[in-house]
Unconditional design. Structure first.
Lengths: 117, 487
């Protein structure tokens, strides 16, 4: 499976990408939202793990852009957050086409299950 | 929790207080006006009465004058008739005749004047008889003289009949005058006492009015001062509340930041520990290494729970906890609880069962209720004896409430410590802290959730016999307080 990781925290992307690769998946990492959005628009991924709280360009903005351009349907975007984002906000993002939401911290096996890998 | 110990008045409440104050001031201000009005009216009536008295005094004087005039007329008749008899001079008949003609109208006049006084009327009746008698005697003397029988006329005079009648007339006139004088004295007394009363009313009324005006002025001044103070306090409170709100906002932002910063390294630590533990992912571990990684994993779980407890307590303080109510089947929900917590029970070899025996539907937030069960079950597990522990969960429908409980056969909690259980950071025994862990926030969170869902939570416990934590949730999802609000 081809999985895109969008998170500004290097330690997290490093650990997760390592794990996913060990598990036999192709893993592409983006450390900021804007770059991540470009990648989503250019390539096709089986799943996108999107951090919501990022500096400059947040995961929420990524969803807003994709929602506006009508490209949400083509992607399985899983929200990945540690911030105290409200349930309403999450529901709103899911309405806009996000697949599901995983709250940090999370067990790796749960993560794999959510991605469907 | 943000608690402001004062009441900040809304503009409506302020307007209401102002309205009451204004009303009160108007009512109290009316009192001096009423008092002065009473004085004025009383004085008016007293003065009117005084005028009336004056009129009556004048009337009395008229009666007395008329009595004197009658007496004078009678004297004229007496002296005229006698003079004519003695001298034979017809010129002396003039006062006699004028006396007769005047006295009749004078009697009519005095009779009219005293028409309202029966005593005077009877006096006048007597007087009239005497006057008629006297006129008859005098006329007879004059007639005798005119026909030349002077001797008979003189004899009449000498008989003193005329003198007696004249004395009678004087006596009658005196009676009339005395009666009038008596009336005069009575009226003067009445006038005097009325005048006295008027003075009293004026003095008393004025004093009352002055006193009320003084009191009103003073209270109004005090009220205005109080209002000003109130206004100042209100502004101060408003500023303080704003400050507290600002602090709360900062607290909220701080905890969100802290939570994010704490969780991120936990994800990494937990992730690597999991990778290490999983056979073949990044190599294989020997038994000791596996135990070490297991400890890391369990500590990571504990730390995660602590962070989420602190955040939940914080959310509850700031009333930011969100609830999603929906209908669900309680009996199935209870079975799920057994499933969720079965691993932790197996680890401690605790007997864990769900004794719910009825089908119950409930409108509430199952996720939050699950959180309550997680906290209560975790506490129970901490306190039951290893290998011999027993935990029972139950739900029953009772009077529109779904009553849940979590019962354990743990060490129990002394009565005096039960109340404090629901207080923040409270642990039954600080010595237990190390073995049981936890933030002391679990029950606080349970209480917050249960109460937010419209229910109540309480405890039954006895040392050595175990503990039961009960909580109730309104079956229709609406608490009594909420339904009261809607009606």
């Amino acid at each position: 499976m081809k999985i895109l990781l969008i998170d500004d925290n290097d330690s997290i992307t490093e650990m997760l990408s390592k794990y996913l690769r060990i598990k036999g998946h192709e893993c592409i990492v983006s450390n900021d939202g804007r770059n991540g959005l470009t990648l989503i628009e250019q390539e096709k991924f089986h799943a996108v793990l999107l951090d919501l709280a990022m500096p400059d360009f947040t995961g929420i903005e990524v969803i807003e852009h994709l929602h506006k351009s009508g490209k949400m349907k083509n992607n399985k975007i899983i929200l990945f957050t540690a911030s105290s984002i409200t349930d309403e906000q999450i529901q709103d993002l899911i309405k806009k086409g996000a697949h599901s939401c995983i709250k940090k911290p999370v067990r790796l096996e749960v993560l794999l299950k959510s991605i469907g890998a | 929790m943000l608690t402001v110990g004062f009441v900040i008045l809304t503009s409506t409440e302020k307007a209401r207080i102002k309205k009451i104050n204004t009303k009160l001031i108007i009512i109290v201000s009316m009192l001096p006006i009423i008092s002065f009005g009473t004085v004025g009216i009383t004085s008016y009536y007293e003065i009117t009465g005084f005028n009336e008295d004056q009129k009556w005094t004048q009337h009395t004087h008229q009666v007395i004058e008329q009595s004197d005039a009658i007496e004078k007329s009678m004297l004229n008749i007496e002296t005229g008739s006698r003079g004519y008899v003695i001298t034979g001079n017809p010129a002396l008949l003039e006062p006699f005749n004028s006396g007769i003609s005047q006295v009749k109208s004078q009697i009519d006049s005095i009779r009219t004047l005293t028409a309202d006084n029966p005593i005077e009327q009877s006096n006048i009746e007597k007087l009239t008889t005497a006057i008629e008698e006297k006129i008859k005697i005098s006329s007879n003397m004059v007639n005798l003289t005119e026909i030349g029988d002077v001797a008979s006329a003189v004899k009449d005079i000498n008989s003193l009949k005329g003198k007696r009648t004249m004395d009678e007339i004087r006596q009658d006139i005196n009676n009339i005058k005395n009666e009038e004088n008596n009336l005069l004295i009575k009226r003067a007394d009445l006038t005097q006492s009325a005048a006295q009363n008027t003075v009293y009313v004026i003095i008393l009324g004025s004093l009352i009015a002055i006193a009320i005006t003084g009191i009103t002025t003073f209270t109004t001044y005090r009220k205005i001062q109080q209002n000003n103070k109130f206004e100042r306090d209100n502004i101060k409170l408003h500023l303080e509340t704003e400050k507290l709100k600002e602090i709360d906002k900062i607290k909220g932002e701080l905890s969100a930041m802290v939570s994010h910063e704490l969780k991120t390294p936990l994800v990494v630590i937990g992730g690597y520990a999991e990778m290490l533990r999983e056979e073949g992912v990044i190599g294989n571990l020997n038994k000791e290494q596996r135990d070490a990684v297991d400890t890391i994993n369990s500590q990571v779980t504990k730390l995660e729970r602590l962070i989420s407890d602190v955040l939940d307590a914080q959310k509850m303080d700031l009333k930011r906890m969100k609830y999603n109510k929906k209908q669900f089947e309680v009996d199935k929900f209870m079975d799920e609880q057994i499933h969720i917590h079965s691993k932790i029970m197996d680890d401690k070899k605790t007997h864990f069962n769900n004794s719910t025996s009825e089908k119950i539907r409930l409108v509430s937030d199952p996720d939050r209720l699950s959180q309550v069960f997680a906290n209560l079950i975790k506490n129970a597990v901490d306190f039951v004896p290893v290998n011999d522990g027993s935990i029972e969960i139950n739900a029953q429908n009772k009077n529109g409430q779904v009553i849940f409980y979590v019962k354990d056969n743990g060490s129990g909690i002394p009565k005096e410590k039960q109340e404090d259980l629901f207080k923040k950071f409270y642990q039954i025994d600080s010595s237990l802290k190390r073995s049981h862990g936890g933030t002391g926030l679990g029950l606080v969170i349970c209480k917050g959730i249960v109460e937010a869902l419209g229910g109540k939570i309480w405890i039954e416990s006895e040392v050595g016999k175990g503990t039961t934590i009960w909580f109730s949730i309104p079956a229709n999802g609406i608490s009594q307080a909420e339904s009261d609000e809607h009606t």
